[in-house]
Design a protein. Sequence first.
Lengths: 612, 100
Amino acid sequence: MMRSVNPRLGLLLGVYGAALVAAMVIILLLEQIGATEAVVKSVAFCLPLTLFAAVGLASSTRDSLDFHAAGRRTPPFFAGIATAVTALGGFGIIILSGCLFIMGSDALPLLLGIPAGLVIMAVVLVPFIRKVGAHTIPGFLGQRLDSGLVRVVSGAVLSLPLLLILVAEIHVAGRIGAALTGLPTVLGSALCLATSVLVVMLGGMRALTWSSSAKALAVFLAVVVPATVVSLMLANLPFPQMTAGNIARNVLRAEEFRNTPLLAVGPLAFSVPIDGWVTLTKRFLQSHGYIGTLASSLTTLIVMAGIAGSPVLLARAGTTPSVHSARSAMSWAVLFSAFILLTLIAIAVFLRGLVVDQVVGQAADRLPAWFLNLQQAGIMQIEGRTGEVRLGSIRVQRDLVFPALPLAAGLPYAVSALMLAGALAAALAAIGAHIQALGTILARDVVLGPEREAHDEGARVFIGRVAMGIVALIAFGISLLPADPLLLVLWGLAITASAVFPVLVLAVLWKRLSAWGAISGIVTGLTVTAILILSERMGVSNLAGVLPAAIGMPAALLAAISVSLVTRAVGRHTLEFVRDMRVPGGETMFDREARILQLQHPERHPIQGPAQ
Amino acid sequence: MVIVSGTLTRPGGKMIDWRERKPYWRHTKWQMAATLLPFIVATVLLPLYADALNTLRILGMPLGFFLVCHGLLVIAVVVTIAWVNRQDAIDHWHGANEDV
């Protein structure tokens, strides 16, 4: 069943790259030839959206393997950058850079968890999940534990964190749309959701993979180009990742010089900037002002586990041609995400440097022109109109920090629009991936699950499409409720880390994990974490943010191990499955089972495709 | 399906010799531990000492900041690339490499 890589891939990449650069240049030119800000920003919203939709629609498909696993022929580089951009999402670009600017080094546990999670995922899970090659993670668990019940239960449980993160990304996309076009948030998010769902409904994983790699390149340009230009302006060197360190040191010394108060919190404290106006209180490089010492270590570990166990990212392992290329795809993913995150740190440091250098300590009526622009744009403001500006009197909108840097550095506002367009690309990639994963889980594991794979290909693709549409409608309905996307993502990560990650790791490393053990692990993880999150919201417990997983994760591990030990030993079929899963090479196990089922039930497969 | 002296040849490509499966997994397991344990320890411990290290300076930036931001991200990249390389060597050693 080997399918070859598209030989014209390089040409297509060249055409797309040229179109992307041309779109960016058009947007920059529009400002220079005197188009109004509204026109420039609307073009920056619509042009990339059309481009990504075109890439997605061009790779639409009706073939089942293409629809569910991109034909298992995505080259490692493209699979890797698509994974990385999905892991970051609009959350990673927009919200994390806001957190970095406000929290300084306290945001690093959230940020470092992403590449660290990709490393854990690469080493512990990806090669084995690729060898099995199931289209969804519940499908993998069901096949590994030889149980339809596990498949349905884990499908239902996994949908919850996926839905939380999907809703958060829809919120982020709506906000970016509103910042770019001035349309209401609902309209922006509806537009973004409609484009994403159209692409994934028509092309499934194949369209998703190719449009996500296209979006990854847009994100790369939108993050790296402005940061490089600003680095050149501020430090005369085009390496923002390196020059940021020097500016961070200036910030450190300036804050020491002005005696900015140090914050002290307990070891288990966890707070993040709220949605809306936030006052700058913390020294940039002081650690443990928002998140306590123990809490920051736990946060790194939990975000790591939440990313590593993410069903959306793991399902992408199946799009690569072999176990070996799945591994190298993950090293591309780690490289891409680490580079983007290092540049995001630089962006936050540059903006903080400008604020500390040119605003703090000035008279409130003699502020630099760029700060007045930011004030007018509703990004930053100061309390009090007279006297010297202190750090503590500056207030900032968390989710608008990212596009503020070009404005602060005196670049044209078209650059800021381009950065927003890049962030929108990341949000769209995450929305598409989550709709695809949720829809496939609904179609394959809940609707078709108990009957295994014994349906003909056309029906499978059709049910998948309908499920994706349903999922998108549900998510859009939930996203109409007001919510803070940062909290939604943190809860999603906490639930993934406690309900999914321990069982997945055991499924790979421990042969004796039984079906009932897996079910009790998944259910315990979800229940404990959900109860702790709810009790924190009601003020009963003080484990905020991702911290509930610090109890949920060990509880799930314990439940899975103890129930597996008391239930009957696993059968020979499962043992043989595990032995086969652990070695690369040979036929993808999921495809082999499908082939055997096809041979056993020829009447259910009236149309036999040509041998590939 | 063709069986040639203990090696199973399937449509997807050649398979590892079945007697090699156990040593292969043992080798892989140790590689996993050797890759992840130092990485996780560094990721958890380094940020705790960042404040104390910030009084020192490297390449013009505070040492703690440098180690946590650049250090950990570079470590993550190096660890993954080294692991891909080593795991590939293990595959070849046990004849589990895929000829794709």
